[in-house]
Design a protein around this ligand. Structure first.
Ligand SMILES: Cc1ncc(COP(=O)(O)O)c(C=O)c1O
Length: 419
């Protein structure tokens, strides 16, 4: 019989195989200093384009003050226990009421983490007779929620309405046999490439098909829509989203998440969400901090305006210089280049060491082989000077990628590990 660990000793996985060259630099890097447009990486100043602090709240003095005061008042333990048992407070309720009002839903419920919360929400919404239809490029938390599902599931081609229709048709036939219903799951904004989920078109399919819609709006909440209520508001279909989900980990620069829906649905989820029933309640400091952040989202439209000023400058600047930024319809700004993983490593090293630009790098298997995706997250704390410096740097690295500099620099890595 094999030792359980044998596979681990033998194969580190598609990303793990790069660990000896990547860890501490390309993956698990340590960004130091206050969260902002400029931080330190390995002792050097860098412009940071990889932090989801869209509205610049993470280090806003008013936010820091409230966080600190809440820490002093409540410590980091309160309340103890799960919401149902001993971890419930009026401030948790107040935050839920305010979140529900902000996203125009009757009711909402807090989740300790977006990831677990989404897994649990999917789990609670379906039984084995129900069918799930979801976008093939959905976030891992959706995929893992679907993994728990004991019944049938269908993926549709990314953001492809024809494919959704085809799969809804299959799901409808299947549901007729099982006696279940259909749950469609998509994202408000797809976080890698930045395109919005086609909520308007999906909602229009409700005329022909009977389904409920769950939307993960992690990147849309706070950044899209007139009031910042997200992709549903932006596309004018918030009322038709049956269950709306967002995390505090991005625009709210915090920890935690929430779901919002009709009161009867939230009342059901309150009693059936295993991630909340069997886990400690969201810590009070985070609740108080979220109330402050939400208030700022509501009352300081200039935060979103500043964010979009930077987004527009960065995206139009990249396009003017001939960069391929794909089909983004949000703040998420991808830059697609062609090259191998070792070339990508040499390129990013050049960007960080010689140009002081820190952005995330995404390579195979997350994107197809031969594609290098530099993923940039603009925030309200960036300046137009940051954008200009970054554009100049990007032009320089593209030139070096084309003239084979990175191929030469990465030859030793290729010899050792292959491409
Ligand atoms: C689309 C999406 N959904 C869910 C999550 C998970 O949220 P959290 O970080 O609160 O667990 C993320 C990442 O943070 C995300 O990008």
């Amino acid at each position: 019989m094999k030792d359980l660990f044998e596979k681990i000793y033998r194969d580190k996985g598609p990303l793990g195989k790069w660990a000896s060259h990547a860890e501490g630099y390309f993956v698990f890097p340590k960004l130091e200093g206050q969260i902002s447009n400029r931080m330190k990486f390995q002792g050097k100043d860098v412009i940071t384009w990889s932090i989801n602090d869209y509205l610049g709240l993470a280090n806003h003095p008013e936010v820091r003050k409230v966080d600190a005061e809440a820490g002093i008042e409540y410590g980091s333990a309160y309340p103890m226990g799960a919401r149902m048992m001993s971890g419930h407070t009026s401030l948790h309720e107040q935050l839920q009421d305010e979140l529900a009002a902000f996203v125009s839903k009757e009711s909402s419920y807090l989740l300790n983490f977006g990831y677990q919360g989404m897994v649990s929400t999917i789990d609670a919404l379906v039984t084995k007779n129900d069918i799930i239809v979801y976008d093939v490029d959905a976030h891992a938390c959706i995929i893992d929620g679907v993994r728990l599902h004991m019944g049938k599931r269908f993926t549709y081609r990314h953001n492809d309405i024809e494919s959704i229709e085809k799969n809804l048709d299959r799901a409808t036939k299947m549901a007729a046999q099982t006696g279940g219903g259909i749950l469609v799951i998509t994202e408000g904004v797809f976080g890698m490439r930045g395109e919005q989920g086609r909520l308007k078109e999906i909602v229009a399919l409700k005329k022909d098909f009977n389904f409920r819609l769950l939307v993960d709006d992690a990147h849309g909440f706070g950044t899209l829509g007139k009031t910042g209520a997200g992709a549903g508001e932006e596309q004018g279909v918030q009322d038709d989203i049956d269950v709306y989900f967002a995390t505090f980990a991005k625009s709210m620069a915090g920890t935690g998440a929430f779901i919002a829906a009709d009161k009867e649905i939230i009342d059901y989820l309150k009693y059936n969400l295993r991630s909340q029933m069997f886990a400690k309640s969201l810590q009070m400091q985070l609740v108080v901090g979220a109330l402050k952040r939400l208030d700022m989202l509501r009352t300081m439209p200039e935060l979103k305006e500043n964010l979009w000023k930077i987004v527009n400058a960065l995206q139009s600047g990249l396009k003017e210089r001939g960069f391929d930024i794909g089909t983004t319809q949000s703040c998420v700004t991808p830059v697609f280049l062609q090259g191998s993983v070792p070339e990508a490593m040499a390129l990013v090293r050049d960007l960080r060491e010689n140009h002081g630009i820190f952005c995330s790098i995404v390579v195979y298997p997350v994107v197809p082989k031969g594609v290098i995706l530099l993923r940039m997250i603009p925030t309200a704390t960036h300046t137009l000077e940051d954008v200009e410096e970054t554009l100049v740097a990007f032009s320089a690295i593209r030139e070096r990628l084309k003239n084979g500099t990175y191929k030469r620099l990465s030859a030793a890595v290729v010899a050792e590990l292959g491409e």
